[in-house]
Design a protein around this ligand. Sequence first.
Ligand code: ADP
Length: 397
Amino acid sequence: MDILVINAGSSSLKYQLIDMKKDVVLAKGLCDRIGLAGAIVKQSTHDGRETVRTASMMRHSDAIAELVKELTGEACGVIASMDEISAVGHRVVHGGEKFFKSVIIDEEVMKILEECAELAPIHNPPNITGIRACQEIMPGTKQVAVFDTAFHQTMPNYVCMYALPYEYYLKYKMRKYGFHGTSHKYVAERAAMFLGKPLETLKMVTCHLGNGSSLAAINGGKVLDTSMGFTPLDGLAMGTRCGTIDPAVVTFLMRKEGIDTEQMDAIMNKQSGMLGISGVSSDFRDLEVALNAGNERAKLALSIFNYQVCKFIGAYAAAMNGLDAVIFTAGIGENNPFVRYESTKGLDFMGVAVDPVKNALRGGERDISTDGARVRTLVIPTNEELAIARETRKLLD
Ligand code: ADP
């Protein structure tokens, strides 16, 4: 059984074709610069073949048509025809309050997705366009939507409501939703397997640390709290996002600088975070190079990040009244021992202790805590595409 996973952005479309029986990625690819001049298609296959070519892709359906050529082409292909694909799993960023789990897409679901679009104006419209394009090119194939927000729908109302006038919740569904849910769920499940304990018995904090970063408090397999909010801007300071700030700063800055909402949005989303503080880069590799060269602002940026990760882990342990495991994942969580060590070193009072030697080793799923540590600290590589493919297969079953 082969499942195609699609992650459609406004001008790009990433895909993976996964053989679910063997758990093998047959091909992965990217259609980039959709709607722009110089659009390109890239694909690499499990047996080491690579293609990069230009193509005219004015619409997402053109990108899907190119992907079909790649997957079935004589030289670059991995399947004889698209009929071999059992279903398509689509990453959809926002499922609003309607979707607690993944769903098979029909017209009713599409209608609700359109309604949710206003909650994620940057992400959901291209996700919807990607689904429509697939329906057009592969009309007989089941399509499934897997939501970034769904796993977080277990948050109680006292966690996810903002203390604004209640009417704004009623009018705009304004509340905390959380993101990266597919990743938090996947690593929590893997961590339970790694520890050999039922997920239902564990209190965990999962730390998805990448360009966008979020933490989740997962109690017995259910999300109690997560650091992103109504949008992915909330919570930790990130690569270019400011994370939680005093909301009054927004109106103050707009008044002082005479800037409009779009400019303010751009400042908070694209010019803040690690980049804004350091003036060097949003990438943690660059920040560490600068830190080692004595750059004080890079040092400050990293200290802010590590402090905030530490603070969230502590807060979530308190919220759950205990902690069994801390899980690090995504680009930084999987590859940056400095952040893992610095963000947890102040948590020894509650049983978190990272072993510097184990922490320095690379590898797959691993325990990096000291032997006697009461709380296990794990590195679990995330795999959102595989998680989407598994969700899709589950629905077909
Ligand atoms: P995104 O949120 O865009 O998916 P990633 O999860 O790829 O982001 O995370 C990007 C961050 O992870 C960067 O700051 C980068 O420094 C770090 N990172 C990614 N891969 C590595 C690596 N192999 N070694 C060290 N750091 C890495």
